[in-house]
Design a protein around this ligand. Structure first.
Ligand SMILES: *Cc1c(COP(=O)(O)O)cnc(C)c1O
Length: 392
């Protein structure tokens, strides 16, 4: 284990759990990793980090893997922070950026979580993993498991986009199609894990995918000269991206690496076809009810029930942001607009964010001069079903 990684902690009640323990949840709720940040602060400066080449693994001291262990990696590069002036003009914004995670291995930001989770699984002696997926997590898990020589079992809804089914098979995983949604798949993993000897890699049901997602926030801060934008829009499903970034900003603050006091407002974006976090946010709840009949072509957002719901809702509220849903019908138009105006292959999940953004600018909640960053969490090319056939 990394020398600064001190222990694990129950996210709900702060129960301390020894590091090195192979664990999933504490009383059914997520477990997070904690570090000796005062010691890290003495040992490392942000300038030293900035001088290092490469992507997320350059933040090793803030990750749990032992420094003597090679990460299970596919060469994750830092994702570009792209200025999008034409799209910005369309939206009424002067400083509009997209952080394009579609360039990461397997075409989505899920690889950030999986490179850390699989590296830790290997360090802890795991040889079989299993997970439910609504789409891209399956591709990333199976690729990194193959890279590590670990057996991988994936459970996905029968109507998951065809590319996600085929990529998991391509990487040699055991794929089971389930008549149901991701939480039904999760139940199968949970019920069979002990019997089959699988380590459960479900979102926020092991502590380390979150640590990988955290690097999105660290990387963004570094790219902005160790400061942060005014507003972040993030398409929210299971919530590791949002919660990971909030954790990153907290840790960077403790390290004293961030300029100024300003922290971004998080806008968590969902489709009206599956918006449990939006509903809980607007009702003032800390836990979200399961969303019935979840339907959206943004498969990464088709998460009717998230075990990290309270972590997302806490992070959104603490930031002064909100959780907002957009019309499903707006998705194809925003995918075309981002691709044709800026050359960015927007996934449908992020198309949802642009519709939310337009509404927030129109309402005056986001001001024209504010610096806005939208995360493109995946590549449009992975969503054949959402791409229109060319005419003629
Ligand atoms: C998984 C996924 C999401 C949702 O991310 P969370 O961090 O689980 O909330 C959004 N977009 C894409 C493309 C995804 O694959």
């Amino acid at each position: 284990m990394s020398r600064f990684f001190t222990h694990l902690e129950g996210a709900w009640d702060g129960t301390r759990i020894a590091k090195g323990t192979l664990c999933n949840t504490h009383e059914g709720r997520p477990i997070v990793a904690r570090y000796d940040l005062p010691a890290l602060k003495k040992a490392l400066t942000r300038d030293e980090v900035s001088r290092r080449q490469g992507g997320m693994w350059k933040y090793r001291e803030l990750l749990p893997l032992a420094e003597s262990n090679e990460p299970v990696s596919l060469g994750e590069a830092a994702s570009p922070l792209l200025a999008c002036p034409r799209l910005g003009k369309e939206l009424g914004l002067e400083q509009m950026f997209i952080k394009d995670e579609s360039i990461l291995p397997t075409g989505s930001f899920k690889s950030r979580g999986m490179t850390v989770a699989i590296s830790m699984a290997k360090e802890l002696g795991v040889n079989k993993v299993a997970l439910p997926t609504a789409g891209n997590a399956g591709g990333a898990a199976t690729a990194y498991a193959a890279r590590a020589g670990i057996e991988c079992h994936v459970f996905m809804p029968r109507d998951t986009p065809v590319i996600n089914r085929r990529e998991a098979l391509l990487y040699g995983a055991h794929v089971t199609l389930v008549d149901g949604l991701i939480h039904d798949c999760g139940r199968i993993v949970r019920e069979n894990a002990a019997k089959e000897g699988w380590f459960d890699l479900s979102t926020l049901k092991e502590p380390y995918r979150l640590e990988g997602k955290k690097t999105m926030g660290i990387e963004l801060a570094e790219q902005c000269g160790w400061s942060l934008p005014d507003v972040i829009l993030y398409p929210t499903g299971g919530g590791t991206g949002l919660v990971g970034m909030a954790k990153a900003f907290g840790e960077l603050t403790e390290l004293g690496w961030l300029e100024g006091e300003k922290r971004p407002r998080f806008y968590s974006c969902q489709s009206e076809g599956c918006a449990p976090i939006v509903r809980a946010f607007s009702q003032g709840e800390r836990l979200a009810q399961t969303w019935e009949n979840a339907q959206t072509c943004a498969s990464g957002l088709r998460v009717p029930a998230a075990v990290g719901d309270f972590m997302m809702l806490d992070a959104i509220r603490a930031s002064g942001g909100a959780a907002i849903a957009a019309l499903e019908a707006s998705i194809p138009g925003w995918m075309r607009k981002a691709a044709s105006l800026e050359g960015v292959p927007l996934c449908p999940e992020t198309a949802v964010c642009l519709e939310v953004l337009l509404n927030l600018v129109r309402a005056g909640t986001i001001k024209p001069a504010e610096k806005v960053v939208v995360f493109n969490t995946g590549a449009a090319q992975k969503y054949l079903e959402c791409l229109a056939e060319p005419k003629g």
